[in-house]
Design a protein around this ligand. Structure first.
Ligand SMILES: NC(=O)C1=CN([C@@H]2O[C@H](COP(=O)(O)OP(=O)(O)OC[C@H]3O[C@@H](n4cnc5c(N)ncnc54)[C@H](O)[C@@H]3O)[C@@H](O)[C@H]2O)C=CC1
Ligand SMILES: O=C(O)CCC(=O)C(=O)O
Length: 528
């Protein structure tokens, strides 16, 4: 597999990727060059400079994953990626402290005119009267967006004895209470805050959120800090508000257009502190995000789920820890299930029994659906597109959970209902790691789901196994293991043979023709 790193990311991340993949580091590619080279790559790693547009995604015929070494994915067309089944992962935590500390640095520099005083001294001046600042203690700080960075800023501002209020409609009041701050509506923040700091993502709702109208409603002399995303503040309106004295000053790290162009109006006013998107630029953060994104990419290319994928339902780390050992089993159960069925699938029912029923099992359900769809579709089905593909094909997927168990501590049962019949596969983990199929269509079995499995329901009479074994032997196909599953009712059994190689179609036809065999199926767990 080939990985393209198209923005400068820490060598620590590149080294992780190089352990498993071919990695090309080609920073500063033009848009045209990116379009030309992208078809060669399975994964792409970017920071914020590379624009991963719809055109890039369309040209990326082999791309499976895009990794953003940082938080904001607004330089990636996530919707286009999702439609193509491309996973987008970010590194949401590696640069939180860096961006938080940069916000504090910007706020203090703004309050005490540090850059202006520094520039003046460089001009050989000594102007103590010109740079009178304001204290932070006792001032009201309004935080818009109380996520990771907003929370970090709140904690530090409290330590500086500021009064902190925050607006975030998607955060619970408990979070604010635990921090020791109040949640407020935007109007309260605008009317009360001496400092307003932004920690929101750039979305259609937040674009242009701070504009001429909102400045008009703010307390006179407010100071604004933006270390989140440029498009959230209207830069022309901010410049006007500074000139009109509504805003006493602004500290800005992020801009509507980056790199900033010479005609950016903020460059024309003095009462600003500007940095060229340096929020994440610490040695520690760059190693952190590069390592996190490299691990995410490596896991995704191995077919494993990634907790930081932004276009999949998020999975909490404690949930991932519980379900991770079951993911491979769940996918194999889906694969086995689809090989058993004939007819149009209407419904897939998933039953989770035991302790596993306590956690969010959506990702396991997706793994089963992925296992069902991959063997029958040309396109690659992954954790991102599996639910959408199932829905588009009219397959209803339902989950039932119960803590009750009979024979196993945990059991997953997959029931695939078609317009013709119903097939059921159940599986569990032995020794917490080893996935086993323990039931196929009502027959008790104990099978490791790997390589090739020949499944043959048959009439319960002597010689059946021998007949099939002889056919396989005639074609030099070695059997790694074999067992016979029984139901409660006498009359039929199921033979399950693990073959060490593929069983060609003519051989399967011979087996199916054996008198007493009630329809043999071959499952190839390596395909799809
Ligand atoms: N300057 C820099 O170098 C860096 C900038 N960032 C940017 O900082 C911002 C915040 O990052 P994190 O704290 O890690 O993200 P986060 O996802 O932890 O927090 C964002 C918060 O905004 C809230 N939110 C979303 N839409 C909202 C709306 N319409 N109104 C009010 N609240 C809303 C969410 O509920 C969430 O709590 C992002 O834009 C990110 O891209 C992050 C790292 C470095
Ligand atoms: O990669 C960078 O330096 C920018 C970081 C950033 O803005 C983010 O993580 O959202």
């Amino acid at each position: 597999m080939k990985v393209l790193v198209s923005d400068p990311v820490s060598q620590a991340g590149v080294d992780i990727l190089r352990q498993e993949f071919t990695v090309d580091v080609r920073a500063k590619l033009s848009a045209e060059e990116l379009l030309r080279v992208i078809p060669d790559y399975d994964a792409l790693v970017v920071r914020s400079e590379t624009k991963v547009t719809k055109a890039v995604i369309e040209a990326a015929v082999n791309l499976k994953i895009i990794g953003r070494a940082g938080v904001g994915v607004d330089n990636i067309d996530v919707e286009a990626a999702t439609q193509k089944g491309i996973i987008v992962v970010n590194a949401p935590e590696g640069n939180t402290v860096a961006a938080t500390e940069h916000t504090m640095a910007m706020m203090l520099a703004l309050a005490r005119n540090v850059p202006q005083a520094h520039a003046s001294m460089k001009q050989k001046e000594w102007q103590r009267g010109k740079f009178i600042g304001v204290e932070m203690r006792g001032k009201v700080l309004g935080i818009l967006g109380l996520g990771r960075i907003g929370t970090g800023v709140a904690k530090r501002a409290l330590a500086m004895e500021m009064d902190v209020i925050a607006y975030d409609p998607f955060i619970g009041t408990g979070h604010a209470k635990a921090l020791g701050i109040e949640l407020a509506e935007t109007e309260e923040i605008f009317s009360k805050a001496d400092f307003i700091t932004l920690h929101l993502p750039l979305t259609p709702e937040t674009r242009n959120l701070i504009n001429r109208d909102t400045f008009a409603r703010m307390k006179k002399g407010v100071r604004i800090i933006n270390c989140a995303r440029g498009g959230i503040i209207n830069e022309a309106d901010l410049t006007e508000a500074i000139k009109a004295g509504i805003v006493a000053g602004a500290a800005i790290d992020v801009f509507g257009k980056e790199p900033v162009e010479p005609d950016n109006p903020l460059l024309t006013v003095d009462r600003v502190v500007l940095t060229p998107h340096l929020g994440a630029s610490t040695a520690e953060a760059q190693v952190g995000v590069a390592v996190d994104v490299a691990r995410g990419i490596a896991a995704a290319l191995r077919g494993e789920p990634v907790a930081t994928a932004v276009n999949m339902a998020p999975v909490a780390p404690h949930v991932l820890e519980v379900i991770k050992p079951y993911l491979n089993l769940a996918e194999k159960m889906g694969c086995l299930g689809i090989h058993l069925t004939d007819g149009r699938i209407n419904t897939v029912d998933l039953e989770y029994n035991g302790e596993i029923a306590d956690v969010d099992t959506k990702m396991l359900t997706t793994a089963v659906v992925k296992g069902i769809l991959n063997p029958i579709l040309q396109e690659t089905v992954n954790y991102v597109n599996a639910p959408a593909i199932a829905k588009a094909r009219g397959i209803r997927v339902k989950e039932v959970k119960s803590k009750e168990t009979v024979h196993f501590a945990n059991l997953i049962t997959v029931r695939i209902m078609t317009d013709k019949n119903e097939h059921v596969v159940a599986g569990t983990l032995f020794g917490k790691q080893e996935g086993r199929i323990v039931m196929i269509d009502g027959y008790r079995v104990d099978v490791a789901p790997r390589d090739w499995l020949l499944i043959g329901p048959h009439i319960d009479r002597p010689g059946m196994i021998g007949k099939v074994g002889t056919i396989l032997g005639d074609y030099n196909i070695n059997i790694a293991s074999m067992q016979v599953g029984r139901t409660e009712e006498a009359g039929t059994n199921i033979m399950v043979m693990a073959a060490e190689s593929d069983i060609p179609t003519p051989v399967m036809l011979k087996i199916k023709a054996v008198d007493g065999i009630l329809g043999a199926k071959l499952v190839n767990f390596n395909a799809g």
